[in-house]
Design a protein around this ligand. Structure first.
Ligand SMILES: Cc1cc2nc3c(=O)[nH]c(=O)nc-3n(C[C@H](O)[C@H](O)[C@H](O)COP(=O)(O)OP(=O)(O)OC[C@H]3O[C@@H](n4cnc5c(N)ncnc54)[C@H](O)[C@@H]3O)c2cc1C
Length: 460
């Protein structure tokens, strides 16, 4: 593997001349700012950033990386927990200049650039009364979230983000450009719906959008001591709820404003709801929830982009994050007891556990229709240790690992790839289960030398 340091300046200059975007090298005053990603725990030192602004830039960058045998990372929104949008010493192909959103109201589709963030998509679609299923934080990148799967507020009603992907433009490892969809390069189209950035750089996505304008949503909280009772009720309730009702369950701390002062710095079992059905029927749909007498509820009608940004303020860029994840089919008594135990000792006010329902529409897609193998698991679980203070790194990491170890024996095996750090091959294979072999053979065909390896890697 070559490094940028070994290349002649003239070679790098010639590369720069091929681009409309800029190159940013370690000597550049913008370098340290440019190498920051969302997770403040990540401290990688790339040899060079290619700040691409169009498809031609991406093609030139891929060719440059391949011809000079460089380690190549692709950065979309830069949110990845393990910092997989960056590499040390190699080339980062940065897509943040590749942004546009075009809504086509003739068929409710949306064309989005490879470097867009979800908040930009929501902003563009909302005036048309449309939304594309995504995650729960608006600063996440469209690229990484989509290619890994995409779990969020609309999963029960409209499926995962990949279930709404209609087409993608891609630059492949050999520098060629292809459009993949249900009729063209169908193997690649299958692989990118969950297989991550292993197969090429997506320069634009085309999504099916849905009629979602205002929703009825927000959080309900119960004291952490009620975790076992609320989880048992929730499992039964959400499994039988109409698709229109989504709610992910969490153990968390209320960190401060805008929540009332008497809740601050206490642990809770919470559920964050998003109801996309007929709004006049929302109060009826929430009756069973309110009958469980939450100690706090802030559920009401709001624009869809508001529910998508509920947590943005709490989770700014640059915090320390440590991630662990697993899928779960049941929330049995032993598991619920562990949630009570570890939820009661959350170490910092931003550390949390989330269980996202994979039921409703998300569960009706076949386990081999996309690489996303765990359609029959009822939940994608994630534990995040989070703190603004780097001195807390060991504290949040240890709590997260211990919580995960306690839950793991009750898990379904693998984890949602976008909720993992850099955990090695065994975990990647477990996460794709029976689909790993097919992913491997497609990788062998399109990227036999594993140029795109800074990801949850499918080994050719
Ligand atoms: C605060 C927070 C909240 C989150 N909430 C959710 C959620 O609700 N639902 C959910 O499903 N996930 C969620 N995630 C996880 C998220 O999906 C992953 O972190 C994802 O990797 C982020 O994508 P990105 O483009 O921002 O990341 P990056 O760090 O830029 O990239 C991540 C990976 O994707 C690849 N990649 C990115 N763009 C492209 C592209 N255009 N072409 C090819 N490869 C590309 C990169 O090479 C890298 O391997 C959340 C993450 C955070 C930090």
């Amino acid at each position: 593997m070559n490094t940028i340091k070994n290349l002649d300046l003239a070679v790098i200059e010639a590369f720069g001349n091929q681009l409309r975007g800029e190159l940013i090298a370690p000597s550049d005053s913008r370098y340290d700012e440019t190498r920051k990603v969302y997770n403040g725990m990540i401290d990688k030192h790339p040899g060079l950033f290619a700040m691409c602004v169009d498809v031609a830039d991406v093609m030139a960058a891929v060719n440059f990386g391949r011809e000079h045998e460089l380690l190549v990372a692709i950065r979309g929104g830069g949110h990845n927990g393990g910092g997989l949008g960056l590499c040390t010493d190699g080339l980062v192909i940065d897509l943040s200049g590749l942004k546009f959103v075009r809504v086509d109201t003739s068929n409710n589709t949306v064309r989005v650039g490879g470097g867009n963030l979800w908040g930009e998509v929501d902003h563009a679609t909302h005036p048309f009364g449309l939304a594309v299923p995504a995650g729960i934080i608006s600063t996440t990148g469209v690229g990484g979230l989509t290619l890994g799967g995409g779990v969020g507020h609309l999963s029960r009603k409209y499926g995962l983000t990949i279930d709404n992907l209609l087409e993608a433009d891609m630059v492949l490892a050999d520098g060629s450009f292809v459009t993949v969809n249900a009729n063209q390069h169908t193997d690649l189209f299958w692989a990118i719906r969950g297989g991550g950035g292993n197969f090429g750089i997506v320069t634009s996505f085309k999504f099916q959008a849905h009629e979602v304008k205002n929703v009825f949503g927000g959080p309900t909280l119960w004291p952490i001591e009620q975790t076992e009772e609320i989880m048992e009720w929730y499992h039964d309730f959400i499994t039988h709820a109409p698709d229109e009702l989504n709610g992910f369950i969490t153990t968390m701390v209320i960190p401060g404003a805008p929540f009332p002062a008497h809740l601050h710095n206490k642990q809770f079992c919470g559920i964050v709801w998003c109801y996309t059905g007929d709004l006049s029927k929302a109060p009826e749909a929430f009756k069973p929830v309110l009958a469980k007498k939450p100690v706090f509820e802030h559920v009401g009608e709001m624009p869809y982009p508001a529910v998508q940004t509920l947590f943005d303020g709490l989770m700014p860029h640059g915090l320390q994050w440590y991630w662990r994840a697993d899928f779960f089919t049941e929330l049995g008594p032993e598991l619920r007891a562990q949630h009570l135990k570890f939820g009661s000792k959350i170490p910092t006010s931003l550390s949390q556990m989330h269980l996202y329902p994979i039921s409703g529409a998300a569960s009706r897609v076949g386990a081999e229709e996309t690489p996303w193998a765990y359609r029959d698991a009822n939940y994608a679980g994630v534990i995040v240790g989070v703190s603004p203070d780097a001195a807390d790194a060991a504290l949040i990491t240890n709590w997260c690992k211990d919580y995960w170890e306690a839950l793991h024996p009750y898990s379904s095996g693998g984890a949602y790839s976008n909720f993992m750090m850099d955990e090695g091959q065994e975990r990647v294979q477990a996460s794709y289960k029976h689909n790993y072999k097919r992913l491997q053979s497609i990788k062998q065909q399109y990227d036999p030398k594993n140029l795109f390896r800074v990801n949850q890697n499918i080994k050719p």
